[in-house]
Write a protein that binds this ligand. Structure first.
Ligand code: T5A
Length: 217
């Protein structure tokens, strides 16, 4: 028995965390055992690395070093949290995963894609996403929304980068969705909460419908 891994991806302030909480509640009501995790973070080891990468403490050591730290955090979260949950038949909702590394460290950070994909393959063995929801919205709007939750801390290492960089990331997420349509569904995250919620529900229901058919075949 293997559960389902659903990942949420997109730019800053796209509304991923908000929708993950709503979806987790609905899935639990529908009888799915659900686990919510996030990256960087999720497991105690990965949460310790989260602070290092998001505070900007590793920035001066270069983008490759940051990419390795994200991969190390992912490896710990996969081994300690995601794989055990999948093996127990749970539905795992993960706030950011492999596509964030491909986009932030690869497309906009300039880290060699072959190197990134080799690390991705090594750390996600047995925990590849079944469904990825790509939250898409103009970066201006996303940063405006994200700014509301910065409070006193201000933007993190990646949020402080300019709009040009954020647009490169938006395009890169959309390109992944285009290249992997069997895994990815683009969500129009510029809509209001209820509309986004409906799109998420529709994509998840369609995925479970297909998964059920496959299991019966
Ligand atoms: N990163 C991460 C990498 O560089 N490489 C990697 O491999 C990984 C895994 C993570 C950072 O690390 C980088 C990417 C990121 O920069 P984080 O703090 O986890 O940092 O940040 P985000 O995932 O970007 O989280 P955010 O909080 O910025 O965005 P969310 O979760 O998409 O948005 P959410 O739900 O918190 O909503 C933000 C605000 O908008 C409102 C909410 O109420 C909230 O106030 N909102 C809406 N408002 C209007 N309409 C809607 N539809 C709304 N939906 C939400």
């Amino acid at each position: 028995m293997r559960g389902h891994l659903i990942t949420f991806e997109g730019g800053e302030g796209a509304g991923k965390s908000t929708q993950i909480s709503r979806l987790a509640e609905r899935l639990e009501k529908d009888g799915h055992k659900t686990l919510v995790t996030r990256e960087p973070g999720g497991s105690p080891g990965a949460e310790a690395l989260r602070h290092v990468v998001l505070s900007g403490a590793a920035e001066r050591f270069g983008v490759e070093m940051e990419a390795v730290l994200f991969a190390a955090a992912r490896s710990d979260n996969v081994e300690q949290v995601i794989k055990p949950a999948l093996e127990a038949g749970k539905t795992v909702l993960c706030d950011r995963y492999i596509d964030s590394s491909r986009v932030y460290q690869g497309a906009s950070g300039g880290v060699d894609m072959v190197f990134l994909l080799a690390m991705e393959q090594a750390v996600t063995e047995g925990a590849r996403p079944d469904l990825t929801l790509m939250f898409d919205l103009p970066p201006e709007e996303g940063l405006k929304r994200a700014a509301k939750v910065w409070a006193d801390q201000g933007p993190d290492r990646f949020e402080k980068e300019d709009l040009v960089e954020q647009q490169v990331r938006r395009d890169a997420f959309l390109e992944i969705a285009e290249l992997e349509p069997e895994r990815c569904v683009v969500i129009d995250a510029s809509k209001n909460l209820e509309d986004v919620n409906k799109q998420v529900d529709a994509a998840v229901d369609a995925y479970f419908g297909k998964a059920r058919k496959k299991a019966l075949a």
